[in-house]
Design a protein around this ligand. Structure first.
Ligand SMILES: [Fe+2]
Length: 251
């Protein structure tokens, strides 16, 4: 757990949320070529004592201590690396994937210059993701992948700013984020990116995940505040989504 104030500078999650969970991963990379992602600039190999000295946070030191103990005592590591060279694959429990994506999204929204923009980001992205999961259960689609699509569907609006081209830009961002996480197959990344790229065309009919994302996007706006009447061209999509969720719609 890490203290909220020292990470965000204020009580971002309300006065009662003083600490948030942090996850640390130890991987055996011997024999593999390392390639840094865009959020890192350099790395250095050091022994346990030097690393312990360099770390600032107690929770990082605890994680290092656990890793050192596991290695010294021949215990298994939490993650395993298979594959050769640059194409190595990290095996991570699938249940962690949506939460890892949320951590990336949180870090992006955390950078918003004003509270209203950050609030809008949290409410809309988490709201659409929740509706995506609900509709995925109804339609028999992959609930986790649909939730990820919801979390990332407008991410460029918060990463680089609003743009009419945000579906395409968000699809590009989603590909980058999911690729760097190393927890998704190329096929999964492709299907999520395609759905995000198509989600702006609300009057067109696309693949199953894209249609689900469009329905969730439209429904979230209306559920956030029913007084905000949706555009007439979105009424049929909203009526269908509401009926599917067992809700009555006034539109
Ligand atoms: Fe949206």
């Amino acid at each position: 757990m890490i203290p909220v104030m020292e990470v965000c500078g204020r009580l971002r999650w309300g006065p009662q949320k003083l600490v948030i969970p942090e996850y640390a991963f130890g991987l055996d990379v011997e024999g593999h070529a390392l390639k840094l992602s865009s959020e890192h600039t350099e790395y250095r190999w050091v022994d346990y004592e030097a690393c312990h000295e360099m770390l600032h946070w107690d929770n990082n030191r605890n994680a290092l201590c656990e890793l050192n103990h596991r290695i010294l005592h021949g215990m298994t590591l939490a993650a395993d690396i298979t594959g050769e060279g640059a194409s190595m694959t990290v095996t991570v429990p699938k249940t962690d994937r949506l939460e890892r994506v949320r951590e990336v999204v949180d870090a992006i929204i955390c950078q918003q210059p004003d509270f209203d923009q950050a609030r809008c980001g949290y409410v809309h992205l988490y709201g659409v993701a929740l509706l995506c999961v609900q509709l995925a259960y109804k339609r028999g689609l992959d609930t986790q992948l649909c939730g990820v699509a919801g979390m990332l569907h407008d991410i460029s609006s918060y990463r680089t700013g609003p743009s009419p081209d945000h579906p395409r830009l968000s699809a590009q961002e989603a590909e980058r984020i999911l690729g760097e996480l190393g927890m998704f197959t190329c096929e999964e990344i492709g299907s999520i990116a395609t759905a995000i790229a198509q989600h702006g065309a609300k009057e067109a009919t696309n693949g199953l995940m894209a249609e689900l994302l469009k329905d969730a996007d439209v429904a979230q706006h209306y559920l956030y505040n029913p007084a905000l009447k949706p555009e007439r061209r979105q009424h049929p999509r909203l009526r269908r989504a509401f009926a599917e969720l067992g809700l009555s719609s006034e539109v």
